[in-house]
Design a protein around this ligand. Structure first.
Ligand code: NAG
Ligand code: NAG
Ligand code: NAG
Ligand code: NAG
Ligand code: NAG
Ligand code: NAG
Ligand code: NAG
Length: 537
C-alpha cells in the first residue's frame, strides 16, 4: 500500500514537471504574455499565436539571441516586446527585423554595445524605444532613420560619448529623448522639430551654448543637472522660446545672470521651474529674474549665496515655492520678499540668518504663504512684527536657533498656525497669553530649550487642537512636568517617543526640586540655578 502511494506521488510530480517545461509562456492579460527561459527568437516564434500582441521574456539561466537567417513570420504579430529581463541579447544577422509591427521595444539591461541599422526593420512602427542600461557608445543617424515614428527614446545609462549631428532629424514625431548618465562632452543634437523633453544630465558637459539648441525650437523641458557647467551664456529663450523646465542643478555654476533669460521681442518667458540648486552662486543681483513672470518654482538650495540684493526677486509674481536652504545668508534686506504675492512656501533653513527684521515681507500681505522654514539659523531675535505680513502661515519652523524670548505680537497675527517648531532654542519661558494664541495648533515642538515650567494649564482653554507635542530636553521642575503630562494625557496629546534617550531613561526628563509645588516665576527659578543644575546632570 505504502509503496503504491509513493509511486503515485512520484508519477504526479514528474507529470507536473513536464507540464511546466511545455508551458513556458503564460498569459497575464488579454494578448499579453510572459515567456520564461527563451533562448532564441526562433524558439519564441514557435510560441507566438495569432492573438498575441505583447511578450515579456524572463530568463534566469540564459540570454536570448536572434540567430539564424530564416524569416520568423509569427514575430510580426507582436506590438510590444520587453527583453529587459532576458539576461542579455545577442543580435545576429536578422537582428530584430522580423518584428515588423513592433511599437514598443524594451531592451534595457541587454548588454548591447551597439545598435546597427540592419538590426531594425526599415520604416519600423516603433514609437517607444528603451535601451537604457547598456553599453552603447554611439548614436548614428542611419539607425535612428529606421524608426521614423519614434515618440520616446531612452538611452540613459549607456556610454554614449557621441551623437551624430542631426541623428534625430528625420524623427518628426520624437518628443522625449533621454541621454541621462552617459559620456557626452558636447551637445551635438542638431535638429529635431518636435522634441519636447531632453535630458543630458549626468554626462561630462563643460561648455554649453544655447545656440546648439536652435534645432529644437519646441523644447519644453531641459535637464542638464550633474555636469561640469561653469557658466551659461545669454539668450536661452532665443533658442528655446517654449522652455518650461530647466534643471541645471549640481554643476559648478558660479553666477546667475539676468541676460541668460533674455528672449526675442522682450516677451514674457514661459519658464515655470528653474532648478539651480547645488551650484556655487554667491550673489543674487537686483532684477536677475525679472523676466520670469511665469516661474512657479525656484530652487536655489545648496549654493554659496551670501548676498541678496533688495530687488533680486522682483518680477516673480507667479512664484509659489522659493528654496534658499543651505546657503550662507546672514541678512535679508527689507522688502526682499514683498513682491512675491503668490508665494506659498519659503525655505530659508540652514543659513546664518541672525535676525528677522520687521519688513522683509514689506508692507504687502503675502496671503498665499503657508509654509515658512527658518530652522537652523543663528537667530537670537525675531522682530515682534516679523510675521505681520504673513497671517496665513500654517507651518512655521524655527527649530535650531538661539531665540531666548517670544513676543506675543509675533504670534498674535498667526491665527491659522497648525505646526510650530521652536525646539533647540534658548527659551526660558513661554507666556500664557502666547499659548492662548495657538488655538489652531496641532503640532508643537518646544523640546531642548531652557523651560522649567509652563503657565498654569489647569483651567485654561489653551491648545484645544493639539495632537502632538515635543517637550523633552528641558530642565522641567519635576512637579511642573507632572502637571504637564497629566494635562497632556487627559487631552490625549502624544508626547512620549519611546525610542528617544529621554523616554528610555538614558537622559533626564526633569529636575527634582526642594519646592512643594511647581514654581512659576522666572526670577526665582534663576535664583535656584535650575538650568545649570539640569545641564550638569
Ligand atoms: C523597460 O523595462 C524596465 C525594467 O523592467 C522598466 O523599468 C522600464 O520602465 C521599461 N521601459 C518602458 C519604456 O516601459
Ligand atoms: C513607411 O510606412 C508608412 C505607413 O505604413 C508609409 O505611409 C510610408 O510611405 C512608409 N515610408 C517609406 C519610406 O517606406
Ligand atoms: C529613462 O530610463 C530611466 C531608467 O529606467 C528612467 O529612470 C527615466 O525616467 C527614463 N526617462 C524618461 C524620460 O522616461
Ligand atoms: C567639444 O567642443 C569643444 C569646443 O567647443 C572642443 O574643443 C572639444 O574637442 C569637443 N569635444 C568633443 C569630444 O567633441
Ligand atoms: C534636478 O536635478 C536634481 C539632481 O541634481 C534632482 O535631484 C532634482 O529632483 C531635479 N529637479 C527637478 C525639478 O526635476
Ligand atoms: C522646511 O519646512 C518645510 C515645511 O514647512 C518642509 O517641507 C521642508 O522640508 C523643510 N526644509 C528642510 C530643509 O528641512
Ligand atoms: C483657526 O483658523 C481659522 C481659519 O483657518 C480661523 O478662522 C480661526 O479663527 C482660527 N481659530 C483660532 C482659535 O485662532
Amino acid at each position: 500500500m505504502q509503496t503504491l502511494k509513493l509511486l503515485f506521488v512520484l508519477l504526479l510530480i514528474s507529470f507536473e514537471a513536464r507540464a511546466k517545461d511545455v508551458q513556458e509562456c503564460e498569459e497575464i492579460a488579454a494578448g499579453s504574455h510572459i515567456c520564461r527561459e527563451i533562448e532564441s527568437f526562433q524558439q519564441l516564434n514557435g510560441y507566438v499565436q495569432e492573438d498575441w500582441r505583447s511578450v515579456k521574456v524572463i530568463n534566469e539561466h540564459t540570454g536570448i539571441e536572434s540567430g539564424g537567417t530564416k524569416a520568423l513570420p509569427a514575430l510580426s504579430r507582436l506590438l510590444h516586446l520587453d527583453l529587459s529581463e532576458s539576461g542579455g541579447l545577442t543580435l545576429g544577422d536578422r537582428g530584430l527585423r522580423d518584428f515588423t509591427q513592433l511599437e514598443g521595444l524594451n531592451l534595457t539591461h541587454c548588454q548591447l554595445e551597439e545598435l546597427q541599422e540592419e538590426h531594425f526593420p526599415r520604416n519600423s512602427s516603433l514609437r517607444s524605444l528603451d535601451v537604457s542600461y547598456n553599453d552603447i557608445q554611439l548614436i548614428t543617424g542611419k539607425v535612428m532613420d529606421r524608426m521614423p515614428r519614434l515618440v520616446y527614446a531612452n538611452f540613459s545609462n549607456n556610454l554614449v560619448a557621441e551623437v551624430e549631428i542631426n541623428a534625430f532629424k528625420g524623427l518628426r514625431k520624437l518628443e522625449f529623448l533621454d541621454l541621462t548618465t552617459n559620456e557626452q562632452e558636447n551637445v551635438t543634437l542638431g535638429e529635431n522639430a518636435n522634441l519636447r523633453y531632453l535630458s543630458i544630465s549626468n554626462n561630462n558637459v563643460r561648455d554649453f551654448r544655447w545656440c546648439r539648441l536652435r534645432g529644437v525650437p519646441n523644447l519644453e523641458e531641459l535637464h542638464l543637472h550633474s555636469n561640469w557647467l561653469e557658466n551659461l551664456d545669454m539668450g536661452l529663450f532665443f533658442a528655446t522660446p517654449r522652455l518650461r523646465v530647466l534643471n541645471v542643478s549640481n554643476n559648478n555654476l558660479y553666477e546667475i545672470k539676468a541676460n541668460l533669460f533674455a528672449a526675442a521681442n522682450e516677451r514674457a518667458v514661459p519658464l515655470q521651474l528653474l532648478d539651480y540648486s547645488s551650484n556655487n552662486v554667491k550673489v543674487l543681483e537686483d532684477l536677475v529674474f525679472v523676466k520670469l513672470t511665469n516661474l512657479r518654482t525656484l530652487n536655489l538650495w545648496l549654493n554659496q549665496i551670501n548676498r541678496i540684493h533688495p530687488r533680486a526677486f522682483q518680477g516673480l509674481s507667479a512664484l509659489e515655492s522659493l528654496q534658499l536652504q543651505g546657503n550662507k545668508i546672514s541678512a535679508l534686506p527689507d522688502e526682499v520678499f514683498s513682491m512675491l504675492t503668490s508665494l506659498e512656501r519659503l525655505d530659508l533653513s540652514r543659513n546664518k540668518i541672525k535676525q528677522l527684521g520687521a519688513s522683509i515681507f514689506g508692507g504687502t500681505l503675502l496671503r498665499q504663504l503657508t509654509h515658512l522654514n527658518l530652522s537652523h539659523n543663528n537667530m537670537m531675535e525675531l522682530h515682534p512684527l516679523a510675521f505681520s505680513g504673513v497671517p496665513h502661515l500654517r507651518e512655521l519652523r524655527l527649530r535650531g536657533n538661539k531665540l531666548t524670548v517670544l513676543d506675543l505680537r509675533m504670534f498674535a497675527p498667526l491665527r491659522r498656525l497648525q505646526l510650530l517648531t521652536i525646539g533647540e532654542n534658548r527659551l526660558e519661558e513661554i507666556e500664557g497669553d502666547i499659548l492662548e494664541t495657538f488655538g489652531n495648533l496641532s503640532h508643537l515642538e518646544i523640546n531642548n530649550n531652557r523651560l522649567s515650567y509652563l503657565s498654569s494649564l489647569q483651567t485654561s482653554e489653551y491648545l484645544l487642537q493639539l495632537r502632538h507635542i515635543r517637550i523633552e530636553g528641558n530642565p522641567w521642575q519635576c512637579l511642573c512636568l507632572d502637571e504637564i503630562t497629566a494635562w497632556l494625557d487627559k487631552r490625549q496629546v502624544g508626547y512620549a517617543r519611546p525610542s528617544s534617550a529621554y523616554y528610555s531613561g538614558r537622559k533626564p526628563l526633569c529636575v527634582v526640586t526642594p519646592m512643594e509645588q511647581c514654581l512659576r516665576d522666572l526670577e526665582a527659578v534663576r535664583a535656584h540655578g535650575l538650568v545649570e543644575s539640569y545641564e550638569q546632570i
